[in-house]
Write a protein that binds this ligand. Structure first.
Ligand code: DAH
Length: 348
């Protein structure tokens, strides 16, 4: 059997040219893959030719084989080249679509600031924390029992007039008028020695003006131990006044009245505006009252589950707005709850 060598060679070259053109035009990797299988795969068009070589006369085999191998090499090279080109194209497209301009200025992150009330509470807690006082919190909706009765203010007692109270619909409950009920809750929970600080929101039925809100903040302090005295209270409060308003600030105790302390005092600091000369901020007295305090009444200790023969303690309570006013020269406490950014942004 003789074969038409020239014809076969021509046929292979035609196949090569066709496939090279198709490879160069393959629109994507998948169609290139299909083309490769079509030609070089197990049932591919070139594979069929190569397989046929075995049945050729021995003399013709090398010649046809050489041509076929050259054709295969050309096709493989063309496919590899196109594959590379398609990959590069895909990467270029992706880079173009995901381009970021690293030279653009960053978007500014709006920076907030601490509200002056929590900021002041933190400053107060920081000072008392150095003396071992631990922060607790009591509920804003309190029982009449905690807010009044266990603080030595019985039902129908005239001392209730000191706190204009907002009641809630639930019988026996009210919005706490001060943080003092926290004293009872701490005593019920802890054994002496107790050093507790109780910051929190309080509520009163008040006509609102520059120095009165129906909603405001207090920080309560309570210390209970054996042998605690008024001198300990005074020493502690002097340290506090010095830390907040400048070391060595003059202070004084004035007699006061609270049902839950005996004796009771008002604690004054030398006016932080005029330093004692007398000004409108201190009503020309040269002094500013910053808190109420006293030795915990024995009845209150008993309600707290403590034996007044063994334990004594002192308590104090201060209005946070008043102290924040002094720290930041704010003249009207209504600003604190208005959420006006023009006010709040000044505390950055
Ligand atoms: N609870 C008082 C008030 O709201 C403040 C106060 C006075 C708290 C004397 C105390 C204290 O713990 O000992 O007016």
């Amino acid at each position: 059997m003789s074969i038409d060598l020239a014809g076969l060679t021509r046929q292979l070259e035609l196949l090569r040219d066709e496939i090279l053109a198709a490879a160069a035009a393959a629109p994507d990797l998948a169609s290139l893959e299909r083309l490769q299988i079509d030609v070089l795969g197990r049932k591919g068009r070139l594979t069929a030719v190569l397989r046929g070589i075995g049945s050729l006369p021995a003399d013709d085999r090398p010649k046809v084989g050489a041509v076929a191998n050259a054709v295969r090499a050309a096709i493989e090279a063309a496919v590899a080249e196109r594959r590379e080109a398609l990959r590069a194209e895909a990467i270029a497209t992706r880079i173009a679509s995901e381009r970021v301009d690293v030279t653009l200025p960053g978007r500014p992150v709006p920076r907030g600031s601490r509200h002056p009330i929590p900021e002041t509470i933190a400053a107060i807690a920081e000072v008392f924390g150095q003396f071992g006082f631990v922060v607790y919190e009591g509920p804003e909706v309190e029982t009449d029992v905690h807010n009044f009765q266990m603080l030595n203010i019985p039902l129908d007692h005239p001392a209730r007039d000191l706190w204009d109270t907002l009641y809630v619909d639930l019988d026996g409950y009210l919005l706490r008028t001060h943080t003092s009920p926290g004293q009872i809750r701490v005593m019920a929970r802890e054994r002496p020695p107790i050093r507790a600080l109780l910051p929190g929101r309080c509520f009163r039925y008040e006509a609102v003006d520059a120095s009165h809100g129906f909603e405001f903040f207090q920080v309560e302090g309570l210390m209970i131990d054996e042998g605690t005295s008024m001198a300990d209270l005074r020493g502690l409060l002097d340290e506090f006044a010095g830390a907040l308003f400048g070391a060595g600030r003059a202070t004084r105790f004035r007699p006061g009245y609270y049902p839950f302390t005996e004796p009771s005092v008002a604690f004054d600091v030398r006016c932080v505006v005029c330093d004692g000369a007398g000004c409108p901020a201190c009503s020309r007295t040269g002094w500013m009252t910053i808190l109420g305090a006293g030795m915990v009444h024995p009845v209150v200790l008993q309600y707290g589950g403590l034996d007044p023969e063994r334990y004594q303690g002192f308590a104090f309570g201060m209005g946070v707005e008043r102290i924040a006013n002094l720290r930041h020269a704010v003249a009207d406490l209504r600003y604190y709850l208005e959420n006006d950014l023009r006010f709040l942004e000044q505390f950055r």
